[in-house]
Design a protein around this ligand. Structure first.
Ligand code: CP
Ligand code: NVA
Length: 317
């Protein structure tokens, strides 16, 4: 098993392409062992703390079930119930939690707050979603794409809709792994420029192509996978009505998929809003990998936990 340089997983940029491959290989191994009913208690006696400042179904349950399957334990820590919610500083929370836990996962709004937690924590910190990035999602998505096609390099992934946290991580993850990535967004909702710039740097090294366009047909042309996410993310509910109109041309539906010119698979990180960013027919259709994607969150995150926690132990000895 390869070594990881990073202590934390705050962004896919924390890992090299080779390190991501290491995680994906272990994820495949753990998934196979889980399917065979073979015990794989690699984190016996370890505890993961999970801080949530936003709702979650997949992230919470996949981390919690995954830790249990690895022989460890996961603690759900709602920020409402932590002293953090009453104003205890993030740095003090990090200092204290590091003395009880073997890793911390956090889902929060402000990416900087998570970086502060990581800076003051002596145990690995995992980004379970911020307003800027959702790297666990895309790590799992890369696993799902590789599992389906048998390889990653040279495939094209087209992301349609809001240039949000998922789009950002997809830009970084695909460009790191040599996957061509296009983003089709309405003007004013493109991914952030600094993320695009980082993706272009990655792409220059990996040999992939990055395209940001407002033309949905151009975005999906030649795509092996078409990906979408909600048009209004958590915290943007008040803007939803306006977005429903602006984003209509970017809906993932049968007509858009015909424009791929190939038998594209469809990806969605979920939760999905049928009739908005995706039609029910496409989400539930044969080309949809959305449910496999959701399952793979657990397998990919188990691999991530094992590598981060074990790597830290080696450094301590
Ligand atoms: N895709 C995802 O992160 O889902 P949850 O918000 O349910 O965790
Ligand atoms: N972009 C979405 C992803 C949900 C998993 C959000 O932040 O709400």
């Amino acid at each position: 098993m390869g070594k990881l340089r990073a202590k934390d997983f705050l962004t896919l940029q924390d890992f090299s392409a080779a390190e991501i491959e290491t995680v994906l290989t272990l994820a495949g191994d753990l998934k196979a062992r889980h399917r065979r009913g073979e015990p794989h208690r690699l984190l016996e006696g370890k505890t993961l703390g999970m801080i949530f400042q936003k709702p979650s179904t997949r992230t919470r349950v996949s981390f919690e079930a995954g830790m249990w399957q690895l022989g460890g334990h996961a603690l759900f820590l709602s920020s409402q119930e932590l002293q953090l919610g009453r104003g205890e500083p993030v740095r003090d929370t990090a200092e204290v939690l590091s003395r009880y836990l073997d890793a911390i996962m956090i889902r929060t709004f402000d990416h900087g707050e998570m970086e502060e937690l990581a800076a003051h924590s002596s145990v690995p910190v995992i980004n379970g979603l911020t307003d800027l990035l959702h790297p666990c999602q895309v790590l799992s998505d890369l696993f799902t794409i590789q599992e389906h096609f048998g390889y990653l390099r040279g495939l094209k992934v087209a992301y349609m809709g809001d240039g949000n946290n998922v789009a950002h991580s997809l830009l970084l993850g695909c460009s790191l792994m040599g996957v061509h990535i296009s983003v089709g967004s309405p003007p004013g909702f493109e991914p952030r420029e600094e993320i695009e710039a980082k993706a272009r740097q990655n792409a220059a090294l990996s040999g992939s192509e990055v395209l940001i366009t407002s033309d949905p047909a151009r975005a999906v042309e030649g795509a092996a996978a078409v990906y979408t996410d909600v048009w209004a993310s958590m915290g943007q509910e008040e803007d939803k009505k306006r977005r429903l109109e602006l984003f209509k041309p970017y809906q993932v539906n049968g007509a858009l998929l015909q424009g791929t010119g190939a038998d594209a698979v469809v990806l969605h990180c979920l939760p999905a809003y049928r009739g908005e960013e995706i039609t029910a027919e496409v989400l539930e259709g044969e080309s949809s990998l959305a449910w496999e994607q959701a399952e793979n969150r657990m397998h990919a995150q188990k691999a991530l936990l094992v590598l981060l926690i074990k790597e830290r132990e080696k450094k301590l000895i």
